[in-house]
Design a protein around this ligand. Structure first.
Ligand SMILES: [Fe+2]
Length: 195
């Protein structure tokens, strides 16, 4: 009985050490997951430089960071990023936000991916905040080389309306994103270059 307070204190200290270790490990892993931009034979993973380069071609990029886990439901994630979503809605007249996910087990995944791997555009902005997984946007500015941007969790990208682009999953075959739209109906991909 005499050792009980000491054991309790020791357990508390050990739990703090384990927690700290996990935090460092998770932080380390998160630091390993970086957005990437390939342009003109260079590969950039510095968020500020990615923002600057994409911005030169009219594409918005922001790091919202990660305040969620894969256990969060869609509605929980919308609440966690409510402030950023609200600011974006106000700044660019988006009216609705939802979540979309593609996973290896998604029915007809290959057919769905085929639609977006072809060069296309939309009549609305394509707004994506990557929550989980990753995906690659190839962006085709007029009079410049293509930009190849890999979105990772915590990254927001806004591909403007009419901007030619394509999208594909990486080998993980998984992405979960917040989307924002200016109409309740969303949009469809348009594939003809003259469309
Ligand atoms: Fe698209």
């Amino acid at each position: 009985m005499a050792d009980a307070p000491y054991d309790s204190y020791k357990n508390w200290i050990e739990s703090l050490l384990v927690f700290g270790s996990n935090e460092r490990r998770i932080g380390h892993l998160r630091n390993q997951i970086m957005a990437e931009l390939k342009f003109q034979n260079t590969t950039e993973s510095n968020p500020s430089k990615i923002k600057q380069t994409l911005g030169q071609f009219g594409i918005a990029y922001e790091r919202w960071g990660n305040r969620h886990s894969s256990a969060n439901t869609d509605s929980e994630i919308l609440v966690l990023y409510e402030q950023e979503i609200s600011q974006l809605k106000t700044s660019a007249n988006y009216v609705t936000a939802d979540l979309v996910a593609l996973r290896p087990e998604t029915p007809n995944l290959a057919t769905i991916c085929e639609k977006f791997v072809k060069e296309h555009h939309h009549n609305e902005d394509e707004v994506r905040f990557c929550v989980e997984g990753e995906g690659v946007f190839e962006l085709f500015p007029e009079n410049a080389e293509p930009l190849v941007f890999k979105a990772e969790p915590g990254d927001l990208i806004v591909v403007p309306a009419k901007y030619r682009h394509l999208f594909y999953l990486t080998e993980t075959k998984m992405i979960r994103c917040i989307r924002l739209f200016k109409t309740q109906d969303g949009w469809e991909a348009l594939y003809e270059k003259e469309a």
